[in-house]
Ligand binder design. Sequence first.
Ligand code: ATP
Length: 607
Amino acid sequence: MTTGELFRRFWPYLRQERAGLAGAAALLVLAAVADTAAIWMFMVLTDEALATGDINAFWAPAASWLGIAALGAVATFCGGYLAAGIAERFLLRLRGALYGHVQELPPHFFARRAGGDLVARFSGDVEAVERLVASGVLETATAVVGVVLYAGAALYLRWDLALLSFALAPAFCLVARKFSARIRTVSTEERAANGAISTAVAEGLTNVELVQACNQQERQSQKLHEQSYRWFRAKLAQARLTALYPPLVTVVETVCVLLVIGVGIWEIAAQRISIGGLMAFAAYIGYLYPPLQNLGQITMTVTAARAAGERLVELLDERPSVADAGRGRLVPGRRRGIRFERVGFTYPGADRPALTGLDLEVRPGEFAMVTGPSGAGKSTLAKLLLRFYDPTSGRITLDGADLSDLSVRALRDEIALVPQEAAVFHGTVADNIAFGAPSATRAEVVAAAREADADEFVHALPDGYDTELGERGALLSGGQRRRITLARAILRGASVLVLDEPTNGLDAASAQRVLEPLRRLARTRTTLLISHDLDLAAEADRVVVVDGGRVVDQGPPAHLPPGGGADADPQGRSVASPPTRHFSGQLFAPDDTPTVRLPALPLSFRR
Ligand SMILES: Nc1ncnc2c1ncn2[C@@H]1O[C@H](COP(=O)(O)OP(=O)(O)OP(=O)(O)O)[C@@H](O)[C@H]1O
């Protein structure tokens, strides 16, 4: 992407600062004008007071110089402060918008990306883009104005001498251009390495127990070292380039000033210029080079920021997988029916469908358990119900309303999800329970915890509900974390409850402690339970078997064959049979309830 294209992409985050930008630019221009005028006063002082030794000629130009310097100082301070405010507000806006956007992206986006690299884009890359768009604009404007003013003043004093000293200006452009191309390459590498470092650290620390248990600390350190070394090399190359540029410019600048002084001696001897005039001229030429040098350096900063800008544009170009055009809302109520009507779905980028014409009805207030082999499409049902994705074909309704006609927010307010991973956030127990209902009172939080059978163990924690849990809830056992997530679901007061493997990884006793509150919850809500654990079947009104992306069998749990075609697992609970590739093909015993029967159901419930 060109700098112009990038600038246009990020301009919307700066647009509202137009007045401030103009004000800051005006103040910084005023500061440059003050500098130009101050040099002029220096010339007047030299020629009229210094050269003649007349003290009376000193006061007026000295007072003017002081006034001009004070004005310049105020303008520099106000302009700089205003510019910093603009830059920081731009950062706030861009980071906020980016985060808001990324939060709407579908699960597969996060599954395919390293978390650390995403985090790095929110820090270093956003700041680099600020230099490209906000500070860059002001710095360029003031540098250009500085060049025009000082060059103008030098031309005004002695146009022939000025042209002679400008002859070296193209050398600057050439040097800047050469440096820019190289800087761009190393900056892209530096940004990528920076993202990889964040990824390596985040990954290693998130899985630190596994790393320690497998004695893989050295390998993890090595991984980090490789990325750090890559970053180190890119940084050194960057430093080499940026450190080389100013001395090169200084050499060119010194040649110019010496040239002016050399020619000046001759001009003074011929009385074509005064000493003050020559000194002022040399000062203008000297002042001319820093903004020229700045322009070159801005080009380099901008080039470096392009790599960061492209990484942000890549994120901003990712589209959410559902369009939230629906405005529909549902009338308040506790029991709602769900229907999947011939639902087909293929994940973006996948070559096989996850659901193939799935029909399923969960009646209002019913407790349906969905089971089936791994990869059958069970969790996909939950993702479609919460509209992380829209079906590729068919439709899903809640209380008769097509999900795509409802606003996503209204829909998600209706559904409480207890996901497979019992997520715990950095914060207190109370914060964690109230995560989905932040305005809940302490009494409501405690009531939800009681209902989820969590109140007792929370009280035993060092600070009760105010105990800080830490990012991954290390203080809690798996079952306790699960009960916190149940309390969270209870507090949301949603009409539909979706539970994805609520007893996964728990021993028999912990699973029982999760079951009791789950039963209470399901009594007042339409419940969709996704699980391999056939022990849970007894809780449900109906068990639905999904395989190959569609419903292949269903019926009441009472009609499950003894043991549900299951063996006892080492923890004493029954689980579905280990890979029974040619299962009877029929999970339910025949009776007068019509059930779907298939020739052969390759169930392999155990994961
Ligand atoms: N983000 C994704 N991108 C592509 N394919 C996916 C994605 N998530 C799931 N799938 C595929 O969709 C199919 C159904 O997956 P799903 O997670 O719904 O199965 P499941 O029945 O819940 O399995 P499990 O019991 O192991 O959790 C699988 O073939 C899976 O590989």
